[in-house]
Design a binder for this molecule. Structure first.
Ligand code: IPM
Ligand code: MG
Length: 357
């Protein structure tokens, strides 16, 4: 029976990179006889323009029914000043939350061909393979109360609430430990337990769950130290397991170690491994429409989708190998370009990957 994917290209560079990812999807669909179908829906600023809200009911319904979701990016300056509750990013947060996509996997893998594109010395990043497991539907991103209020003295005050229940921590901890079992069996739980109670509990539950995985070596680190260690000696890490906000920040940092955030895919999974797949980078409004955005993070997100949701390892491997091949050919979008390589645009990069499959 055919499986269906809902595509949400979104805003900014979203439609450009998604056009290339869709070509790659079409190629593997045909070559590996995957019997996948797909259709497009609106999310983010484009949805606001068309319907007045960032996550229209039609999109949410289609996403619920779909077997997987592929997302480009949302947001842009055009919508930064509209009422906060209907900004593009709220649409993204709502779809994550409505679909209970609590497990966000962000692999930071250095393609050896890109060692010189990293801002760190090649010997520090060579062979880098980190997996960040970020809790995605809780913490300060969703905690209530939140808002901007006016105090009695007339001064405005912004406030948010960082909150995690034991069960929320436990279920994401299991994901992290299970993934570590398939890797190098090391989990680093990241917290700020020296200051924040919410992460004191995080650390406690991580330790408790860790006892169920005696083969996995669990360690703990404060988030500030982790941020430093990531640029000092990133190869010490295997699985980094953390909450929503710390995961957001550390994954951007880890991405840069691999040369460019334009290379980093992600998977956001629910309890049953149904998932939404998206590049970790944003909508990059500054380069939108110029045809220079790197489509590889979205293309690699297609590979993650095939592997995690559709269990099509051969097709996923074929995409990842093809990305390696185009890098071997010396093709580079501007974000990963270095002297001696060939600068190409979004379309040329996408088509080179298709040709290499
Ligand atoms: C990400 C992004 C989002 C987040 C934004 C666009 C809301 O930065 O996926 O990392 O903060 O989660
Ligand atoms: Mg982010």
């Amino acid at each position: 029976m055919s499986k269906h994917i809902v595509i949400l290209a979104g805003d900014g560079i979203g439609p450009e990179i998604m056009a290339e990812a869709t070509k790659v999807l079409a190629k593997v669909n045909q070559q590996f006889k995957l019997d996948l179908t797909w259709s497009n829906e609106l999310l983010g600023g484009c949805a606001i323009d068309a319907t007045g809200v960032p996550l229209p009911d039609q999109t949410l319904e289609a996403a619920r029914k779909a077997d997987a979701i592929l997302l480009g990016a949302v947001g842009g300056p055009k919508w930064d000043t509209i009422e906060r509750s209907i900004r593009p990013e709220r649409g993204l947060l709502k779809i994550r939350s409505e679909l209970k996509l609590f497990a966000n996997l962000r692999p930071a893998i250095l393609y050896p061909q890109l060692a010189s594109a990293s801002s760190l010395k090649p010997e520090i990043v060579a062979g880098l393979d980190i997996l960040i497991v970020r809790e995605l539907t809780g913490g300060i991103y969703f905690g209530q109360p939140r808002g901007i209020r006016t105090l009695e003295n007339g001064e405005r005050q912004g406030f948010n609430t960082d909150v995690y229940s034991e069960s929320e921590i436990r279920r994401i901890a299991h994901v992290a430990f299970q993934l570590a079992m398939q890797r190098n069996k090391k989990v680093l739980s990241v917290d700020k337990a020296n200051v924040l109670e919410v992460t004191e509990l995080w650390k406690e539950i991580a330790t408790e769950v860790g006892k169920e995985y005696p083969e996995v070596q669990l360690s703990h680190m404060y988030v500030d130290n982790c941020a430093m260690q990531l640029v000092r000696a990133p190869k010490q890490f295997d699985v980094i397991f953390t909450g929503n906000l710390f995961g957001d920040i550390l994954s951007d940092e880890a991405a840069m170690l691999t040369g460019s955030i334009g290379m980093l895919p992600s998977a956001s999974l629910d309890e049953n491994k149904k998932g939404m797949y998206e590049p970790c980078h944003g909508s990059a409004p500054d380069i939108a429409g110029k045809g220079i955005a790197n489509p590889l993070a979205t293309i690699l997100s297609v590979a993650m989708m095939l592997r995690y949701t559709f269990k099509q390892d051969a097709a996923a491997n074929a995409i990842e190998l093809a990305v390696g091949k185009v890098l071997d050919q010396g093709l580079r979008t501007v974000d990963i370009w270095t002297d001696g390589t060939q600068k190409v645009g979004t379309v040329a990069m996408g088509e080179a990957v298709v040709a290499a499959i």
